[in-house]
Design a protein around this ligand. Structure first.
Ligand code: BYC
Length: 470
């Protein structure tokens, strides 16, 4: 089961050849996907040979194969984690019953919506990042960007497979729509807010892969608990790929901090203007980027009080990440105290699960900050990077549109609006960051605003030619 059949037009480990209708439908969608990739995937690099990782099997041992591939030739396919024998529903009102191999009629539209929402983010992120290749800080980073892009393309395939295989005609229509909506499009935008934000510089890419891909980790973990077994198995495999995307974010931001501290030492000053003049990202600007992408990603967990989350959990569609770690898997008796702008209230736990997930997500986000702050402390500087409050700059949920500062304090609206650009990147901050984005592609060389990585990809040296540009 683990082995992936690469001899077919669409590589897969789900025996699509055994279902001619499904195979035909997916083969019909494939050229549309490739057309989308050519039109809205990474610009101008389709002919480059990129040192990419491709899955060869889904088991724990060495599922990754590395080699030079032109991105349009990447073998996008359908890979599900192996089934768990006699798996039972692990939470909700039907806990203990066998998991479903088909979609129960009563949950059809909700499951389809969840899968479409997940699927929509994948091509969206490729669209958001499509111009970044032109301003890469190094060849190593360029390769990582393309690795992420092809894997997001594969994650789209993962959701499209579920739509085609389990949702009939409306699933096929949804699969078409996944290629018709576009990030930032005025008429047909992507579904979730963050996926319509432009990512036009690498500092934003590192923040996006740190914060937004981490939302991906939490959402995929919660969907991998699902009673709908094909969704669970699909998400379990996607999580193995997701780890690399967060690695790019975490090490990318760590390398920015490292370089900034080196520059501060060289010039003997922490004055942001002088740090900028020396060609590095000053720490207050980095803090603004963190505030922007963290607050945007916090919206991706949905409202604090949500009847959707209650129904999804009770019905077994979407659990909590690592459901095993909890004792109560039904949650009918529990409440959670939540503070909203209206005051503190006791909310049934089932309705507060988005908030529970957001809180554990934030704890995970703290890990990188602690590491970077240790670097800053060791270098003898008083500034500490922080995460904004969950109430800051929210567009979804109880705090949406409320004038709240990054520490979570409500303030006067006019003052908030005036001060906002001191907390998130202003037009001039963005212009400065863009001015640093000069392309560096000589193997082993790095742009001046970022430190080299500690090691290369797959035990190769940092100076390896990861992308042959021809
Ligand atoms: N923007 O009860 P509510 C990833 C909508 S990232 C716009 O508040 P619910 C990746 C919501 O859809 C992971 N709309 O929240 C990362 C609903 O609309 P409908 C992506 C939003 O439903 C990097 C309405 O508001 N995966 O993989 O409990 C690169 C009320 O909803 C937003 C998923 O999100 C928003 N931010 O939870 C590549 C998993 N937030 O349905 C990839 C699938 C909420 O009433 N999605 N709304 O029309 C879900 O589980 C849920 O839909 C959400 C929302 C967690 C997003």
């Amino acid at each position: 089961m683990s082995g992936i059949n690469y001899s077919e037009k669409i590589p897969n480990n789900v025996n699509i050849a055994g279902d001619r209708t499904l195979q035909r439908a997916l083969e019909h969608w494939q050229p549309k996907f490739l057309g989308w990739w050519q039109a809205l995937g990474p610009t101008d690099f389709q002919g480059a040979d990129v040192y990419l990782r491709t899955a060869i099997s889904v088991d724990a041992q060495g599922w990754a194969h590395y080699g030079a591939v032109k991105m349009p030739d990447y073998r996008w396919g359908i890979f599900l984690a192996d089934p768990a024998a006699e798996r039972k529903i692990g939470f909700g009102d039907q806990m203990g019953q066998p998991v479903w191999q088909q979609v129960p009629g009563e949950y059809r539209s909700t499951l389809r919506r969840l899968i479409v929402t997940q699927g929509d983010t994948e091509p969206a992120s490729v669209e958001q990042q499509r111009l970044l290749g032109h301003t890469c800080p190094s060849m190593y980073d360029l390769r990582n960007l393309f690795q992420i892009n092809v894997e997001e393309g594969r994650h789209l395939w993962a959701m499209v497979y579920l739509l085609h295989a389990y949702f009939g005609r409306d699933g096929r229509e949804e699969a078409e729509e996944l290629l018709a909506r576009h990030s930032g499009d005025a008429d047909k935008p992507r579904i979730l807010t963050t996926f319509n934000e432009p990512i036009s510089d690498w500092l934003s890419l590192f923040c996006f892969t740190y914060f937004t891909d981490r939302d991906g980790k939490y959402q995929l973990k919660s969907l991998s608990e699902s009673a709908f077994d094909p969704l669970s198995r699909t998400c379990r495999f996607m999580l193995t790929e997701e780890a690399h995307h967060m690695f790019v974010g975490e090490t990318g931001l760590g390398r920015v901090v490292k370089r900034t501290l080196e520059v501060m030492k060289q010039i003997g000053s922490d004055d942001p203007a002088r740090v900028r003049a020396a060609g590095a990202v000053d720490l207050p600007t980095l803090q603004k980027y963190l505030n922007f992408w963290c607050s945007s990603s916090l919206d991706l967990f949905g409202s604090e009080i949500s009847s959707n989350s209650a129904a999804n959990f009770a019905n077994g569609l979407k659990g909590r990440p690592d459901e095993d770690q909890y004792e109560d898997h039904v949650l009918r008796e529990k409440t959670l105290s939540l503070v909203t702008p209206e005051g503190e209230q006791q909310v049934p736990m089932l309705n507060a699960l988005n908030e529970v997930m957001r809180e554990s997500y934030l704890k995970d986000c703290e890990i990188g900050l602690k590491r970077w702050n240790r670097q800053i402390e060791r270098a003898g500087h008083p500034l500490r990077l922080t995460l904004p409050s969950t109430r800051f700059r929210r567009s979804i949920g109880a705090w949406a549109g409320k004038p709240v500062d990054p520490q979570g304090k409500i303030m006067e609206k006019e003052l908030y609006e005036k001060t906002l650009t001191t907390w998130i990147p202003s037009a001039s901050d963005r212009a400065f960051v863009h001015s640093l984005m000069q392309r560096v592609v000589e193997p082993g060389k790095m742009a001046g605003w970022i430190a080299p990585p500690e090691r290369g990809v797959n035990n190769l040296p940092v100076e390896y030619e990861y992308v042959k540009l021809h």
